[in-house]
Design a protein around this ligand. Sequence first.
Ligand code: HEC
Length: 104
Amino acid sequence: MRWLPLFAVVLMLAGCGPAEQAAGSANGDLDGGALYLDHCAVCHGYDARGTDRGPDLHWRVRGMSVEEIADVIILGQGAMKPLDLDDDEADTVAFFLLDVLVAE
Ligand code: HEC
């Protein structure tokens, strides 16, 4: 039985189990701004005003939910190909887009 406490400690240190991810907010430890710069700005611009590779997002994302934007990121849409982000990352960047970039 001496192993049991050790096992528990290892589990705690390992952290991010599925339960913890589900309980965490869309933000968690992820940085939406950094994710946006890494994955979106190249086409949509640093300020989401668009470039010749992707449209201005300001008017497009109004009325979209975080889930809908996350779906576009993960599944792609039209000329935008699916991006290699997991659910948490997609939620976080979608939240950042709505709450910071296109918020008035
Ligand atoms: C390779 C270029 C490219 C990258 C990278 C890219 N997009 Fe796009 N995105 C596009 C293009 C092109 C469209 C227009 C798609 C269409 O409707 O045909 C688009 C459309 C969208 C839309 C609008 C969907 C709608 O219903 O009008 C959203 C929201 C969006 N992108 C969010 C993002 C986010 C967030 C990221 C980063 C995680 C991202 N995009 C990365 C090119 C890109």
